[in-house]
Design a protein around this ligand. Sequence first.
Ligand SMILES: [Zn+2]
Length: 347
Amino acid sequence: MVRATARFRHHDEVHFIDAGDGVTITLIRVRTDTEPTKGPILLLHGVAMRAESFRPPLARTLVDVLLDDGWDVWMLNWRGSTDLDPRPWTLDDVALNDIPAAVRHVLAQTGASSLGAVAHCQGSTALSMAAVSGLVPEVEVIVSNGVSLHPVMPPFARVKLHTLRPLMQRTQSYVDVPWRDGPEGALARVTRNAVRVWHAECTNASCNMASFALGSGHPALWRHANLDAATHDWVATEFGRVPMSFYAQLAASDRAGQLVSLRPKGGLPPRFAAVAPQTHARFALFAGAQNRAFLPDSQRKTHAYLERHQPGRHSLTVLRGYGHADVFLGARAHIDVYPRILAELNA
Ligand SMILES: [Zn+2]
């Protein structure tokens, strides 16, 4: 009898690793009673999220689906994870240190020579940066959701990024989604209250603050219609801080029309899509048609860049009815999305 995997059958194995610059990050290997029959898959969470974000309170999560398909699942907490001590970080740090260290660790532990990756939001951008820079040649397939090398944002999100950010960063090191709980400091309190008034679409203060922190929409990071009540409640405690150091890189990248390195070093180019990709990884790009954090044009532009250099190798899937994080958190994602991800990993 084939048993469908569910959360209570997961056995977590936590690995602490040095990212190479003195920062400790963690990997969670998710095991079940059956041994994997396929290779390792690395999961990379989005900004202000954590590895655990891939296990929302749904009957079937992406992790369950991957385990049932035989994959060896490793969830990374890169340095922006809300499970780690808060620190300022840039995508350069993650691409240069966290991702190569995680890939090497997984290969050393499993004896595999290559792996696949499923990445969301800034986990995707950092992984794409590391891949096209030639830092992780062992990654064979990259499933990337939302944005990869070309952040294209809604107009109001750009206004916040270029106008509000310079004001806020004078007194704040972070935009903190947990400001919902009553922040310290006048500016944070005014911001929180203004956000709650502006986002009258629901009374979940985290949902409101997440919409303020990234993108532009009511809400910005998902379509309410796609989240069940339990998952919408769960997001209230899932989101954390977004450091101003990240916003600075996003602003510079927005101006350049592609991801840029803040301090090119260690093999990172100044502009990531200005050079040919130094990887043989196949990219499977996913975009919610109604993504209000990064517009679907983000993935279209990266797809065009990849196809220009490696015609016919990569794919682009635009998911109708989906936004940004609901691609993984949606109540129907196990029907609408996960089978497409599996198909890309098994291709
Ligand atoms: Zn909401």
